[in-house]
Design a binder for this molecule. Structure first.
Ligand code: NAD
Length: 429
């Protein structure tokens, strides 16, 4: 570890935290110290610009009204309108959304797209709601955010437990309230409603590109490598499929119902088919031996791709990780405390704000297509997205070499320098 990073971490990283916002701030502090960020800009970027907390009364199928809590947090808009997904999960809380919003600011800067960062969420177990309840909840959230969202203001997208279906409801509700069709108000829409080719696959495709770039630097042949993927939703399953296509042997996959390992390799196509026919979960999958998610993280593989939720690799289990490379499909899967242990073990971590930026990159292309009214073919989108991820990887890798820091800190430095410049040239008041 470089002297500058060691010294900065010593001061800024006193103890393990699983609070995602504190975890974000700990890395931000290290990067800010290394580049000598001035106090004014530091204070501006440390805090979100706006935080909305709304209560959403929804008529449930049983005739009763249930009130849900929803959030939208705009971290920073210095580089453009804010962008970030909407998450439906019981764990959603203000600090989580704050962290996710800040990560979007850094991610857009690294991917070099002209957006700021935001995130939204509703504290709900979406799997317990009927289709009608889910639609009424999504529409209630959109109405509550009608002054927040906007094609040139704040543009949501899917995240955990939301997808094209929810985005279509948002477009419809928002367009009705505005009195005109506004497809550019969200991305990740269905194709027939102004969605982009390649958007559904974009995050997983980018995770694979980032993994291959890292493996090239590490001189690791993908055709001789093994991988374990945690999470089998949009990001996990599609990352696994692309990695399999690139020649890696996927020896373990998992979701919240369990993990499955098979040293001969799991057919990802079969696993996706099984999940799709099984209420979206892997429970009962017979293509591998049932293990726990903790065991999956400690498997003796070359590549580990955490693609589920935050805080999966912590101080307590980081020493057990045997992979040489971690590619973070999820946001915040590694705590700041675990970073240090992984680095001391010589494990390369391609951080979330770089590795999963493929999604927002194609979201940006979706938004520009909506504004143009002209749509690109899938190969054109994929070519641009692949180029963008490879360039972002090279940029962060170069910063890592320059400052002799981990890829995580390099990514924060790269993003921070860019966002700080925008903040400073627009001026403080
Ligand atoms: P998703 O809802 O499609 O899938 C989430 C998956 O994680 C599911 O398979 C679920 O069963 C699994 N999971 C939940 N808890 C788990 C646990 N404890 N152990 C193992 N698996 C568990 O969500 P997604 O869109 O794939 O998002 C996953 C992660 O990727 C999130 O951190 C999200 O913020 C991030 N991300 C998503 C996108 C995107 O385009 N969808 C883009 C960038 C980052």
């Amino acid at each position: 570890m470089a002297v500058a990073e060691k010294a900065a971490q010593k001061q800024a990283q006193p103890k393990e935290t699983t609070n995602p916002y504190e975890s974000m701030i700990q890395r931000f502090d290290v990067a800010a110290k290394i580049i000598g960020l001035d106090e004014e800009t530091y204070n501006i970027l440390k805090t979100p610009q706006r935080q909305y907390v709304v209560s959403l009364p929804v008529a449930m199928d049983n005739g009763k009204v249930q009130v849900f809590e929803g959030y939208r947090i705009i971290h920073n808009t210095s580089r453009g309108p804010s962008k970030g997904g909407i998450r439906y999960a019981l764990e959603v809380n203000q600090d989580e959304v704050k962290a996710l919003a800040a990560w979007m600011t850094w991610k857009c800067a690294i991917a070099d797209i002209p957006y700021g960062g935001a995130k939204g969420g509703i504290t709900v177990d979406a799997s317990k709601l009927s289709l009608g309840e889910l639609e009424r909840l999504t529409r209630a959230y959109t109405r509550a955010m009608v002054d927040v969202f906007g094609v040139d203001k704040d543009i949501p997208a899917p995240d955990v437990a939301t997808g094209p279906r929810e985005m279509a409801w948002i477009v419809d509700e928002f367009s009705r309230m505005q009195g005109s069709f506004q497809p550019g108000v969200v991305t990740g829409k269905p194709l027939h409603l102004g969605g982009s080719e390649g958007r559904v696959e974009a995050t997983g495709r980018g995770v694979n590109t980032a993994a291959l770039e890292a493996m090239r630097q590490m001189r690791l042949d993908p055709r001789k490598a093994t991988a374990a993927v945690q999470g089998f939703g949009n990001v996990g399953s599609i990352s696994a499929k692309y990695m399999e296509d690139a020649g890696l042997r996927i020896v373990a996959i998992s979701d919240h119902t369990g993990a499955f390992s098979n040293s001969k390799g799991i057919s990802i196509g079969d696993a996706i088919k099984y999940r799709n026919a099984n209420n979206g979960v892997l429970k009962g999958f017979t293509g591998g031996k049932l293990i726990s998610n903790e065991e999956l993280l400690a498997l003796d593989v070359d590549v580990l791709a955490p693609c589920a939720l935050e805080n999966q690799i912590r101080q307590a289990n980081a020493a057990d990780v045997k992979a040489q490379l971690i590619v973070e499909g999820a946001n915040g899967p590694t705590t700041a405390g675990a970073d240090k242990i992984l680095q001391e073990k010589g494990i390369i971590v391609v951080p979330d704000i770089l590795a999963n930026g493929g999604g927002v990159t194609v979201s940006y292309m979706e938004w520009t297509q909506n504004r143009f009214g002209y749509y690109y073919a899938e190969d054109e989108i994929n070519k641009r997205a692949d180029r963008s991820m490879s360039r972002a990887f090279e940029n962060v890798w170069a910063v890592g070499k320059k400052y002799k820091v981990s890829m995580r800190i390099a990514a924060y430095i790269f993003a921070l320098e860019k966002v700080a410049k925008a903040v400073q040239s627009r001026g403080h008041y």
